[in-house]
Design a protein around this ligand. Structure first.
Ligand code: SF4
Length: 441
């Protein structure tokens, strides 16, 4: 039985695609490697979103080659799409496969094995095409995730926005969506496999449906989900401020199927920086939106992405971001340092911010994020919550871990048969921003 090993870097969409490929291989008689040395096939699903991600992608490829020099090495993902020539320089890579051909990886590998096709000897075989010409959404259905209680569904790919710092539109092409009926079918498939919650994911989720032959919107999809209730819980992944409309907030507020959780990429709270980023909203727009969410769904978790140290970010501009978030009912922060990407406009902008200044500002933001999370957690003490119990216990305490609708991990004592069930609990104790403990009801 041939054995494969996966290394996945980057976003939920990459993770989803890895899972889809792994599942196809498994269904066709392959098994996942227990130790890397035994693998016949290594697939490295790379990321390019920051310089660090590109470096880690190259490291992962080299590590795979070292693990078993006789194995077949396949490199795919965003780094393979953007920098195939860099990967070619790494001795020992056999296939470089861009996004347009990613879905063909399992079939190619299965037939290569079955027909005893030898590995390419003189440099890697390149399967790559211009992703901007990719005409439609490629479905890669997944019926289960090996290590996840809450699986993702990739319902949208690509992005048409071209924010000046972002490499993603060049790596994933234009926005393309899974037809609405297929999304519903995929959710039902996961429900039949025993899952209770799905996370709707995409590169630019708010553009869902606009490209379809029968165009629809994310709002249209959510209305269908609200009506049909194909699964117990549905969570939205990251959604742009301008696309998190009043209608969407209302649908989430009115139906218990949707998790009270929004993740919003703000990036900067300074109007001038937002303009330079080509982000089409203002700090006041963002402020009003967060306040509206809080008024309509007081217990909602509101996570915010910030991009710190964009070229031209003065001390005042940074303070504008800091003070905007500080005053808002934001629950947690994801803080990213600016990292220039070759081929994006911002990479050649002048007035770069020194790296130490970026580090200091990130630290300050992260401290605020931790405090905000702690305050959010503290307000839960004594409250009744619904938890989806995950499949593994906490290694340090042995407790079961459940996730609330508003994205709080809660530890409870209980038996294994509660795993993958939605249970009620009351929050007892909170330890800083680290741990929340509850009691089953
Ligand atoms: S909206 Fe902007 S940041 Fe998000 S993927 Fe598109 S270009 Fe990148």
């Amino acid at each position: 039985m041939p054995i494969f090993n996966f290394t996945t870097l980057g976003c939920k969409v990459n993770q989803y695609e890895s899972e889809a490929i792994a599942q196809y291989l498994t269904e066709n008689g392959w098994s996942a490697a227990r130790s890397k040395e035994n693998a016949d096939l290594f697939i490295i699903n790379t990321c390019v979103v920051t310089q660090k991600a590109s470096m880690q992608s190259r490291q992962a490829v080299r590590k795979a080659i070292r693990s078993n020099p006789n194995a077949c090495i396949v490199v795919t993902g965003c780094y393979a799409q953007i920098e195939p020539d860099e990967i070619k320089k790494i001795n020992g890579v056999h296939y470089i496969i861009g996004h347009a051909d990613k879905h063909t990886i399992p079939e190619k590998m299965i037939s290569r094995m079955a027909k005893h096709i030898p590995l390419p000897e003189f440099g890697p075989l390149l399967m790559w095409s211009d992703i901007s010409q990719e005409p439609e959404f490629r479905s890669m259905p997944v019926t289960g995730f090996a290590n996840r209680t809450r699986p993702f569904i990739k319902i949208q790919d690509g992005c048409d926005s071209f924010c000046t710092y972002c490499i993603v539109p060049y790596t994933r092409g234009r926005s393309r969506s899974m037809p609405l009926e297929k999304v519903l079918d995929n959710i039902k498939l996961l429900k039949r496999s025993g899952y209770r919650e799905v996370v709707l994911s995409g590169i630019h989720l708010g553009h869902y449906g606009l490209d379809l032959v029968l165009p629809t919107t994310l709002t249209g999809l959510l209305k269908q989900i609200k009506f049909l209730r194909p699964i117990d819980r549905v969570r939205l992944s990251s959604i742009e401020p301008t696309e998190l409309t009043e209608d969407i907030i209302k649908i989430v507020a009115e139906s218990d199927i949707f998790c009270h959780h929004f993740h919003i990429p703000l990036q900067s709270g300074d109007d001038l920086i937002l303009k330079r980023m080509h982000r089409h909203y203002s700090r006041s727009f963002f402020r009003d939106m967060v306040i509206r969410i809080h008024e309509m769904i007081p217990d909602a978790a509101i996570g915010v992405d910030t991009l710190i140290g964009f070229p031209g970010e003065t001390e005042k501009a940074f303070e504008n971001t800091y003070s905007l978030i500080e005053k808002l009912p934001v629950t947690y922060l994801h803080v990213f340092p600016f990292s220039g990407r070759k081929g994006t406009p911002a990479n050649s902008y002048p007035d770069k911010v020194p790296s130490q200044v970026i580090k200091d500002r990130c630290l300050k933001m992260r401290e605020m994020g931790n405090n905000k999370k702690m305050e959010f957690y503290k307000k839960l003490i004594g409250k009744k919550v619904q938890l989806l119990i995950e499949g593994t216990r906490s290694r340090s305490t042995g407790h079961l871990k459940g996730i609330t609708s508003n994205y709080v991990p809660v530890f409870v004592s209980g038996k294994d048969n509660l795993k993958n069930h939605i249970v009620q609990a009351r929050i007892d104790k909170v330890y800083g921003n680290e741990a929340v403990f509850g009691r089953l009801l």
